[in-house]
Design a protein around this ligand. Structure first.
Ligand SMILES: Cc1cc2nc3c(=O)[nH]c(=O)nc-3n(C[C@H](O)[C@H](O)[C@H](O)COP(=O)(O)OP(=O)(O)OC[C@H]3O[C@@H](n4cnc5c(N)ncnc54)[C@H](O)[C@@H]3O)c2cc1C
Length: 402
């Protein structure tokens, strides 16, 4: 649908690039585009990170999962470079400055039952895995495995785990003057957009390129702009959270009968300082067919069978439903790479993983450079209302229960 722009009172703004969506993809792009000299404005309609980014487990995957499933292709190899790129940024010497972001754990761990380990011994010795993953000594085990009853083995993966909200904060902070909080897009014609800011002001924004980094919101934006492609797929998850009486924070995948992690545990802290375990993996994928109560019962069953040495009696539980938004794949498979697609000066993006945001930004910046898109510099934009950073899911108290 193309809408006429007729409001004479609308304020005018000209930029080189306008980005919809302040998740990890939009914010990483905003940084890279401004560094390259493009006058860029980002529009957010909820709060920064409020889409998938704040729900993410924050693992900066290095491709171990692809290696495990044997689905290692040339294109999926781009993920191998990600931990190093992120670590450089976290040390303040990378392409974006993440030195103020919180590293929750330097490594993600992996544990398994003895039976499965013997079947995978060839894999653990393989060239792909060497250097990315190593068996660790008992003294180095995370606290949750330092129990006599634990008979498996623990591996350390070269995959840092980050506090997603702090990443959003670090990315947004230097660019707040270029981030506008909007209610909605109210008009669109060719290269011009009309948006309503949160204080009711109308803005007419002209841009050479429009980038959609709105996650699940991309589909609606594409429809409003009269675009039929690219198509989006949603992969729903029911994640589980637990808190109270946990031995320590834990960042670990558990390998089950298949090589897809049976459960992936990461950790956070609620406002009272309680440790929270956040559970994803197969449990969350299968969980979409269960009610909240059924999913909590399944999580209890899984944890009791995987960690029988721990006591989960006095623990509080919560679940949350969230969709992963991605470019449509054959039979709804997971995409292996980040994605961008351009038509009519509209570039639609899905990083498909938090970890791949640098890769996506690189591809888009290279594309604009190739097209010789005008760079108007990075002077200050007029004043408008800026967006704020969203909370992490466990900081919302509404859904916890015993
Ligand atoms: C439960 C879960 C766990 C995950 N764990 C990991 C992990 O451990 N490691 C990893 O690498 N990846 C992980 N991912 C994937 C990763 O979180 C996503 O790929 C990534 O966060 C997507 O970022 P994004 O910026 O594209 O989208 P989003 O984070 O969804 O951001 C989109 C933004 O656009 C805004 N928006 C929407 N519509 C509009 C509009 N019309 N106008 C303006 N703004 C709009 C939203 O409010 C939001 O702020 C996980 C995903 C989920 C759901």
């Amino acid at each position: 649908m193309t809408t006429e722009l007729a409001d004479k009172k609308a304020k005018q703004l000209n930029v080189d690039v306008v980005i919809f969506g302040g998740g990890v993809a939009g914010l990483w792009l905003l940084t890279r585009l401004r560094q390259a000299g493009y006058q860029t404005l980002l529009l957010e309609n909820k709060a920064l990170g409020a889409g998938q980014t704040r729900f993410s487990q924050g693992i900066i995957h290095g491709g171990t999962k692809y290696a495990l499933t044997g689905k290692l292709t040339a294109s999926s190899e781009s993920i191998f470079a990600m931990p190093k790129i992120w670590r450089d940024c976290l040390q303040g010497k990378g392409e974006v400055d993440l030195s103020s972001a919180n590293i929750l754990s330097e490594y993600q761990y992996m544990w398994s039952t003895p039976g499965l380990l013997s079947r995978l011994s060839g894999f653990f010795a393989s060239r792909v895995v060497r250097g990315r993953m190593q068996a660790i000594k008992k003294e180095e085990y995370p606290v949750a495995f330092q129990y006599k009853k634990f008979k498996g083995k623990v591996y350390r993966l070269d995959e840092p785990v980050l506090d997603a909200a702090s990443v959003v904060d670090a990315l947004a902070k230097p660019h707040l003057n270029n981030i506008m909080q909007i209610n909605s897009m109210t008009g669109f014609s060719d290269k011009k957009l009309r948006v309503e800011s949160v204080n009711g002001d109308s803005w007419d924004i002209s841009a050479t390129k429009i980038i959609l980094s709105a996650g699940k919101g991309n589909a609606e934006l594409l429809r409003t702009m009269g675009q039929a492609t690219p198509e989006m797929q949603l992969r729903p998850l029911q994640m589980v959270m637990l808190r109270g009486g946990l031995p320590d924070k834990l960042y670990a995948h558990c390998l089950g009968a298949s090589v897809n992690p049976r459960i992936t545990i990461t950790s956070g802290e609620d406002r009272q300082g309680n440790i929270v375990w956040y559970l994803g993996g197969q449990l969350a994928e299968d969980g979409i067919r269960r009610t909240r109560e059924e999913q909590i019962n399944e999580a209890k069953k899984e944890l009791r069978s995987l960690m029988p040495w721990l006591n989960f009696e006095f623990i509080e539980w919560a679940t949350l439903n969230i969709d992963r938004a991605e470019p449509k794949q054959k039979e709804g498979q997971r995409p292996a790479t980040s994605f961008y697609y351009e038509k009519d000066n509209i570039i639609t993006t899905w990083p498909t993983k938090l970890a791949l945001a640098p890769n996506l930004a690189n591809d888009v910046v290279n594309e604009l450079e190739k097209q010789n898109i005008k760079k108007s510099g990075t002077t200050k934009l007029p004043d408008f209302i800026h967006a704020v950073v969203a909370d992490l899911p466990w900081q919302e108290e509404e859904q916890w229960s015993h």
